[in-house]
Design a protein around this ligand. Structure first.
Ligand code: SAM
Length: 203
């Protein structure tokens, strides 16, 4: 599914998402694990932040100067009401051109919606937007090879694609990131989260 179609579906459930997820702890332990690997608490960005800004809240509380990005106009409009002080971007991760380097990038349950051929360039882009020792946290479908599945969520049809964990690990390595943690956190669901860190040049 093209990102603009994913955005249209999330626009329809943006209000539901905010009500449902504002105080949700889903993924927060994993975010806190990622934060522990950071060396510098500079800039952070939450990719596919949704309308609740729940990751943004934790990152800000932990001392990061935090930004949010989402392709859904409705998601961002609602997030701005809760977090007026935060810089938000309405952008498709596939076409977004990062202008800064980040100490931490999170992409929780967002990049798994990208078309299969957009997965590698997107993860590569995020790796290249990390400062030395910067940390990335993202979720993906598991398994060992490419796959695309469809599902219905809150009455909306969505697609999910994955390169398999081996594919994502290859991209991380090729982009000078080392895997710090990889877990099937909802097993037997095929949901994986990965924490990786940009290798700092040795002086
Ligand atoms: C399942 S929600 C997760 C929201 C948030 N990360 C959370 O955990 O509360 C997926 C989010 O990713 C966003 N998204 C999907 N495709 C995107 C893309 N190509 N670029 C930017 N955001 C995208 C959606 O608009 C939606 O807000």
């Amino acid at each position: 599914m093209e990102p603009k179609n994913t955005a249209a579906r999330y626009n329809r459930i943006a209000q539901w998402w905010q009500t449902e997820h504002q105080n949700s702890s889903y993924g927060i332990t994993q975010l806190e694990r990622a934060i522990k690997f950071t060396v510098n608490k500079g800039l952070a960005i939450d990719i596919g932040c949704g309308s609740s800004g729940r990751f943004i809240k934790v990152l800000s509380q932990q001392g990061f100067q935090t930004e949010g990005l989402d392709i859904s106009v409705e998601m961002i409009d609602l997030a701005k009401h809760l977090h007026a002080e935060i810089t938000f971007y309405i952008e498709d991760i596939c076409t977004w051109i990062p202008q800064k380097l980040y100490s931490l990038i999170s992409a929780w349950d967002s990049t798994f919606h990208l078309p299969l051929d957009k997965q590698e360039p997107a993860i590569e882009k995020l790796c290249n937007a990390l400062e030395p020792n910067g940390v990335i946290l993202f979720t993906c479908g598991g398994g060992h090879t490419n796959s695309v599945v469809s599902g219905t969520f809150q009455g909306q049809d969505f697609d999910y694609s994955t390169l398999g964990v081996d594919g994502f690990l290859r991209i991380l390595i090729e982009n000078h990131c080392t895997c710090r943690h990889l877990e099937y956190d909802q097993y037997p669901e095929n949901h994986v989260y990965i924490i990786a860190q940009k290798i700092a040049p040795t002086s």
